[in-house]
Design a protein around this ligand. Structure first.
Ligand code: SAM
Length: 944
């Protein structure tokens, strides 16, 4: 029997909800437990589980209505979730007239609502033949029906715990496992602390609050965060300083000296008589001067070079500053630079607040420097004791792709080197407070470990200080260490006082839900070794996601490996890098096949799997498909949900990324397939898949972008292919692992690629249906590429993917820009700058000219296409101040008698180009679009 998700999935609404949840940043439910990279949205997990448990009925429309109700993403459900203030302000009618994404900005997230109301439950139960009054009852009953018991839902790559957490929250029996003990801890904490009874949550909160209170008392006795006049520190700003060869003073380093944009506060440096250390002045500057500072006035790190602040013509490369001998590697006792180290560190500003909350930014004075020394001394007094008790890190950094960076750039070889003495002292004092609590020992260890993990993320020497208005209101704020997925060292950074740690690292209550958590368990294990049986496996493998979990996780593990070992004696407190799946290099394919074969073995015949994969590159995705196929699974459906915003700092703008959810079952029969039979089936499936997506796209809320369509084509091919155990007598596994020459592809890949070609031909730009059939492939490519450009697509990779689909090998001469995120096609007038002048025929190009040749020097098919001539005629029209005569004459001369048979097609194309000029961000087309309009008019009225 098919499950609902194998027939449909409410992609648009789920995308909107998932995106909102992920954009919720720190309000995300599991975030407070600790950092993990790429947590999956809980609403998506919930929908996936329910979609797999609910059987598909005979009436897809009713199925959909009921499904939306269960998730409270139907119209009534959304209204129910609408916040009272918005309800009053808007009223139901105005609310309903908004698009879905607009509506949910006024709503609680579905996970925070109490679920469907009793009226909805009546409808749900009638449709499904159940008798549930909340989600966990429903899940239980659906599980009983399908598997004979409460459904067991497993995740072998549980990471930050989204999947097991949500599975348990809606009443399933959840099992989560991960190779990494940090992931194990986060998942355990999510399930047992957040998911615990209210009284337990209360006790965890009290325990953490008391620890803070005790630490605060200690700090206040020491007087290390107050000024002479009783102001409290809110932030400490530090920077690195270096004394390059030939410079007789230390240069403090920062790419910008703006401290707080709102108050126009900057740091200015001066020579100090008789000292090789510069003096800092924290100054309030005029708006004009602030603008200069924002444009790097005084910056001492510019384009990666150290610049002399007093003579900007003088600069040194970082390599030169490090010197030929390289950096001294810090040793385990070091907590700050030694006197003769290349990189020194200094405090340059403190933000103070008085008891009324009035802020001031000040350079450190003598008493501040004394307090710095006191902090260092206090740390030294406790250092070895704390290390041996596992209260602060003592572990050496294992070398790796990301972990090499702090070693190489600063000589930091132990994890505690990534923290300043003030940070180590604060975290150490906090952790070492013994406060009485009813909590079992294990819970105390976990509550304290997760809390220090969050502190470490928000308070290390890798925490950027953000002065901007947009990001921090302009008073300055601290970023997290992992604002991206790396261990980037900084030239200047912010350090939090104890008071700025409590809020971020304290446990938050879970909003009450109407249903009871199901039973759950967590394991730290290699996915190859699991022997738990689950009815449903939902996984989000690390394959090709470019996050080195095992390296980054060590940043946290270093803080609590000893407590972890005490709390979970069966867990191996090590990231076991050698077993971690990563990349998509050949050597990880067998590991992936082994893992998925193992999972397939550990599910019942009617069990289901979902593999989630956030795609960048459809080729990698196709590769994953082959792996799953070789593991004995067959794909039954694939859906793309928009879940992710791009990692901050990499790109600007509103980028969305799709997560592909591939639904799989075990391949029970291994029927042989034959390529020539497979092609027509693939073609049908691709068309069907695209048609169903287009049908969903008809409404006001577009669901899919071009990447989604292309991906859907791959998925459709996979759905057909994976039913077979062999193709043309060749075994799948053998094909997946076969060593191939570079560029050589297997038959399987050819089928998948062919699916893309089919998709390309099915996806006709709106308004070109009538002419499409008569166009050549390269003409279609140019038009489709313009079509995606006009919808804002700028990723170069998408233009390349399209080219593959249309079989166009040389797109360079057609692209005005092939920047990674700035791809654009030439306009008709712009094409003058390309080599592709219009030429009669390929023969003529060969015979006569250099014109019309592609990047390789061979004749380019676009040069002799009729479209190219038409574009030339547009350009002639534009150049003649919109007089169409020259353009028309050109076409008549070029095409002779055939002009008349081409004329209608030309008019169709010209009309399309006219429209193009109206699309957002296509201003470049304005003049040519106008010319196209006039030329179209002229051709329409042309007579022999
Ligand atoms: C993409 S993440 C999962 C994120 C998770 N779905 C969430 O919502 O937080 C992939 C996980 O696979 C884990 N992993 C890598 N190799 C593994 C292996 N051999 N066995 C089990 N887990 C592994 C990594 O530690 C990482 O946590």
């Amino acid at each position: 029997m098919q499950s609902l998700i194998e027939t449909q999935f409410p992609i648009a609404r789920l995308s909107a909800e998932s995106y909102k949840e992920r954009k919720g940043a720190s309000s995300q439910t599991l975030q407070k437990v600790g950092k993990w990279w790429g947590r999956k949205p809980l609403i998506l997990v919930r929908a996936a589980i329910l979609g797999m448990l609910i059987p598909a009925g005979v009436d897809p429309k009713r199925d959909r209505e009921i499904f939306l109700k269960i998730l409270t993403i139907d119209d009534d459900g959304v209204w129910m979730r609408c916040k009272p203030s918005s309800k009053r302000k808007l009223g139901r009618e105005a609310f309903n007239s908004l698009s879905y994404s607009e509506r949910i900005t006024h709503c609680e997230r579905p996970e925070n609502s109490l679920g469907p109301d009793s009226k909805a439950w009546t409808e749900i139960n009638t449709h499904l033949g159940t008798s549930a009054s909340n989600l966990s009852e429903l899940v239980f009953q659906l599980g009983e029906r399908a598997f004979g018991h409460r459904p067991r839902i497993g995740d072998s790559f549980c990471g930050g715990g989204s999947i097991p957490f949500e599975a348990a929250r809606i009443g399933g029996e959840a099992f989560g496992a991960d190779l990494n003990p940090v992931a194990g801890l986060l998942t355990w904490a999510s399930l047992n602390l957040l998911g615990g009874p209210e009284s337990l949550q209360e006790e965890v909160r009290r325990f953490q609050a008391e620890k803070f209170a005790a630490a605060r008392k200690q700090f206040s006795d020491w007087k290390i965060e107050v000024s002479e006049n009783g102001d409290h520190a809110e932030a400490y700003l530090y920077c690195v300083e270096v004394k390059p060869e030939g410079c007789d003073y230390y240069i403090p380093l920062a790419p910008s000296w703006v401290i707080a944009e709102k108050f126009r506060v900057v740091a200015k440096w001066q020579r100090a008589p008789g000292s090789d250390r510069l003096q800092v002045e924290i100054a309030e500057v005029s708006q004009e001067e602030l603008q200069l500072y924002k444009r790097k006035k005084g910056a001492t790190i510019v384009d990666g070079r150290v610049v002399d602040p007093f003579d900007t013509d003088r600069s040194w490369s970082i390599e030169a500053v490090r010197g030929t001998r390289g950096l001294r590697n810090w040793t385990s006792e070091d907590v700050c630079p030694r006197q003769d180290d290349v990189f020194q560190e200094r405090l340059y500003c403190i933000r103070w607040a008085d008891s009324n909350g009035n802020r001031r930014y000040a350079a450190p004075d003598a008493s501040d420097i004394q307090r710095e020394e006191k902090v260092l001394q206090l740390l030294k007094d406790n250092f070895s004791k704390w290390q041996s008790e596992g209260i602060i890190p003592s572990k050496r950094i294992s070398r790796g792709f990301n972990t090499d960076q702090p070693i190489r750039e600063r000589g930091w070889t132990y994890w505690h080197h990534l923290f300043s003495p003030r940070q180590l002292l604060a975290h150490g004092v906090l952790r070492s407070q013994n406060v009485p609590s009813q909590l079992p020992e294990m819970y105390k260890l976990v509550a304290s470990a997760t809390s220090v993990g969050v502190c470490a993320n928000y308070n290390s020497k890798l925490s950027i200080w953000i002065p901007h208005l947009a990001a921090s209101g302009g008073i300055g704020a601290f970023a997290q260490t992992f604002y991206n997925q790396a261990l980037n060292t900084l030239y200047n950074w912010g350090v939090r006082p104890l008071s700025a740690l409590e809020d971020i690292s304290s446990f938050d209550y879970l909003k009450p839900s109407a249903s009871a958590f199901g039973p759950h368990s967590v394991k730290v294990a290699d996915a190859r070794e699991l022997d738990e049986v689950c009815d449903i496996w939902i996984t989000d493998p690390p394959y090709a996601d470019a996050v080195n979990y095992h390296e980054l996780g060590d940043f946290f593990l270093a803080w609590y490996e000893k407590s972890l070992a005490r709390a979970f004696p069966d867990w191996i407190p090590d990231s076991r890098a050698e077993l971690a799946v990563r990349g998509n290099a050949d050597e990880f394919r067998p590991a992936m096949v082994e893992i998925y074969r193992n999972l397939a073995r550990h599910m019942p015949d009617n069990g289901l799997q979902m593999v989630m994969f956030t795609h960048q590159n459809p080729a990698v995705w196709a590769d994953l498909g082959m792996i799953l196929w070789a593991a004995g699974l067959k794909a039954t459906a694939a859906w793309t949900i928009n879940t992710e915003t791009e990692a901050a700092g990499l790109k600007t703008g509103n980028y969305v990324q799709g997560t592909v959810c591939l639904v799989l079952r075990r391949r029970t029969r291994s029927e042989p397939g034959f390529l020539d039979e497979v092609y027509p089936l693939v073609e049908d499936e691709v068309k069907r898949q695209i048609a169903s997506m287009q049908a969903l796209d008809e409404g006001s809320e577009p669901n899919f972008n071009d990447a989604d369509y292309q991906l859907a084509a791959y998925a459709a091919a996979l759905k057909v292919l994976t039913q077979y155990g062999s193709i043309d007598g060749r075994d799948v596994e053998h094909e997946v692992f076969a060593k191939r020459e570079r560029g050589q592809v297997s038959d399987f890949q050819t089928v998948i690629e062919r699916a893309l070609g089919i998709a390309c031909n099915v996806l006709i730009p709106k308004g070109l249906d009538a002419v499409w059939r008569d166009l050549t492939l390269v003409e279609r490519y140019y038009l489709r590429a313009l079509d995606i450009e006009s919808r804002g697509e700028r990723r170069n990779g998408m233009y390349e993917e399209l080219a593959r689909g249309f079989g166009v090998t040389d797109i360079k001469p057609l692209l005005k820009s092939d920047k990674a995120n700035g791809a654009r096609m030439y306009t008709p007038s712009g094409l003058a700058a390309s080599n592709l002048a219009p030429v009669g025929s390929a023969d003529q190009i060969t015979a006569l000219t250099k014109r019309g040749r592609g990047s390789s020097g061979a004749p380019h098919p676009f040069a002799s296409s009729s479209l190219r001539h038409l574009l030339f005629a547009i350009r002639e029209t534009a150049a003649a101040d919109d007089s169409p005569e020259l353009g028309r004459q050109y076409l008549r001369d070029t095409f002779g008698q055939t002009y008349w048979s081409f004329r209608e097609r030309f008019v169709g194309l010209l009309e399309w180009f006219t429209e193009l000029g109206n699309a957002a961000d296509m201003q470049e087309w304005a003049e040519d679009a106008q010319a196209a309009r006039i030329l179209a008019g002229r051709l329409r009225n042309d007579h022999a």
